[in-house]
Structures are given as structure tokens and as C-alpha cells.
Design a protein around this ligand. Sequence first.
Ligand code: NAD
Length: 387
Amino acid sequence: MKRKLRMGMVGGGPGAFIGEVHRKAARLDGKIDIVAGAFDINPEKSRQMGRELCISPERTYNDYKEMIRKEKALGEDAIDFVAVTTPNNWHFPIAKDFLEAGFNVMCEKPMTMTLAEARKLRDIVKKTGKIFGLMHNYTGYPMVKLARDMVRQGDIGKIYKIVVQYPQGWLAKPIEREGQQQAAWRTDPKQSGAAGCIGDIGTHAANLAEYISGLKITEICADITSFIPGRPLDDDGNCLLHFDKGAKGLLHASQVSIGEENNLAIWIYGDKRSLEWHQEHPNYLYVKEIDAPVQIWKRGNGYVGKKSPAAARCTRIPSGHPEAFLEAFANNYLNFADSLLCRVEGRKIPADYLDFPGADEGVRGLAFIETVVKSSKARKWLKMPQA
Ligand code: NAD
């Protein structure tokens, strides 16, 4: 590494949730410095955040447009990439403008507000040739990569069925009416998009199912609900899924399931073996076969690395010392940063560095959201757009 990468951020102001997670995760491996930002919709709060992060006042901006203009003017000293950590309605305009100004982008999910915008953004990524990451952070867990590699290597056999769930309970009361920041925009269609819970966490579940199985969702029969009276977007959703190659599945996501925190979990049932993984216990992967005891594969052991070099690459500490959310988040940054460093240093990017979600997954996320919403409204099976 000849130098560290320079990161800018849009969003992640005082009291914001995911911006701070990005900052911690991006810095975990010492390859990235945060040097600039337009951190908040309120310029005064953006400056406050800049001061807290010890970012120079000249590079703490009032808004993202000023940031693009002034960073561009810095030429070789400008940021290498920007992380977009605002609510959903801002992802498209901000990512588009940075890409077109020549910057690489790490963007939060869902990638855009509509499928049409997602397709446009994917075209812009292709046209500009810039590196674009989409923060489906659950793909960053080593045991998720191990599961994906077991499927790829044929250990599971033909996949019959996938069950994936993401229940939470934090929106079981209408806290958006008490001004809770994260609830307020998530339940507002103008800032969140066509779906609430399904867009916020259902897309993570759908992405995880496709990432591990290598299969694509082709058809959906969905039933989404807003249990809180007057809430304009769904806070719960249940979907039957058809995948390609004949696999079938179930996906449920909820933000009104009291007692559930981030209970993302997945079961993959094949004709040879089955897999089971829980985000709240992420260092273990359960492997099951007929007439044999359940195997528990544990993160950080040599046998995991032998099976899955991608899992080993994304493991920092020995087995038994738990790694979790921040490290998985950091793994997407690790692959993104190593890809970008190759670009900066004029080296070819090895395929294993490119193991992070991007614009194609962003398009699939929006196709998933729109198909779920339409299917639930029409009360019937619908095909999910594939491109
Ligand atoms: P938040 O409300 O906590 O923070 C949003 C921040 O963006 C605030 O500081 C706000 O002032 C700022 N902002 C809004 N518009 C802006 C603009 N135009 N310019 C600059 N700053 C602006 O929201 P959050 O919970 O952190 O979610 C942010 C995004 O991250 C959403 O898209 C959400 O879906 C995503 N998210 C992803 C994960 C994950 O696990 N990958 C988890 C949580 C949130």
C-alpha cells in the first residue's frame, strides 16, 4: 500500500445511526482516513460533526454539492471515494453526482427510491467505470462466505428450499410520532420509498438468500401489512418465493415483532445437506445431514479457511474471540478498499477483492421491493424483473 485512501462522507451527522458504523468499519484495517464530509442536512450540525471528527473546517461542507465542487478542485488531493449514509431519498442524486464528477462511491441500501432510478444508477456506474459498493453488510460475515462457498462447491447439492427471516420489534409502537429520528424517515414514503420494513430489512434478507445460494428470486407472492394504524408504509411482510433452478422459499421481515432485535437468520435445504446461520450468533454455521449429528463450523479455524479462503480473508482474530457486526461491515470496506487501492496503484483487481455487493445487487433490491409491493396489492404471484 503506497498511501491510505481518502474517504468523504455524506450523512452521519450528530445522532445518526449508520454513518458512525461506516466510520468505525472503514478505519478498522488502517487503509482509510476520513478527511471530508457534508455530514448533516443541517449545515451547522455538519460543522459540529466535522469538529468532533477533527476534520479540517475547509473540508467540512454545508452540503454535498459544495463538497463535490470543492473536492474536485483539490485535484490529486481530493477524496478517493464518498460514503453515502443519508436516508434513502438522497442516495440516487448524491451517488449519481459524485460518480459523474469522477468519484468512487460506497452507498447505503436500498440503492435508490425506484427501480427506474436503480437501473439509471447502474448505467452510470458502468459508463463512468468507477468502483461502486452497496452496503449489504451481512454478506461480509466470514460464516456467510463459508456458506456461500459450501453451496458453490456442491456440498449442499441441489437446493430445494430457502427460509430467510429478519424480524425486529422496535417499531411496534408509533415512535415516529414522538420524533424518533430513525423511525420518522423510515415510515415516510417520501424519504423511505415504496416500502417500509420490506425496503429497510426485507432487502437484506433477499440479498442474503441470493448471495449464499447463488440463485435468483424469480417470482414472489407477498402479503405486507401496516399494523400500526395510520402508518403509511408496511411494518411487516411475508413472502413466498420462487428461485431459479426450481428452488422455493419463504421470506419474512417485521419491525413489529416485539422482543426481536436483529434476528436475521437463514436456512438452506439441499438434497445432500442443509445450512443454518443466525446473525445474532454469527461465528457459527450449522451443517446438517441425514442420520448424522449436526456439525458446528466455528469462525477462525483452519478448516474454515481451507474450505473458504474468502472467509479466512475476512477473519481478523483467532477462534473463540467473537467477531460480529462491525467486523462484517469492515469486511465489505476491506474488499472495496483493496479494489480501490489496486486502481489507485495501477494494478489489476484480483477477483476475490471484488466480493462485495454493487449496483447489480442494488437493482435487484429495488426489483424485489417493487414486486413485493405490487404482489401484495394485487394479492397474487408476480414475476420479479431480472435486469
Ligand atoms: P439516520 O436518520 O440515523 O441518519 C441520517 C443522517 O443523514 C442524518 O445525520 C441526516 O442529517 C443526514 N442527512 C440527511 N439528508 C442529508 C443530505 N442531503 N446531506 C447530508 N446529510 C444528510 O439514518 P440511518 O439509520 O443512519 O440510515 C441511513 C441510511 O443507512 C438509510 O439509507 C438506511 O437504509 C441505511 N442503513 C443501513 C443499515 C445496514 O445495516 N446496512 C443499517 C441502518 C441504516
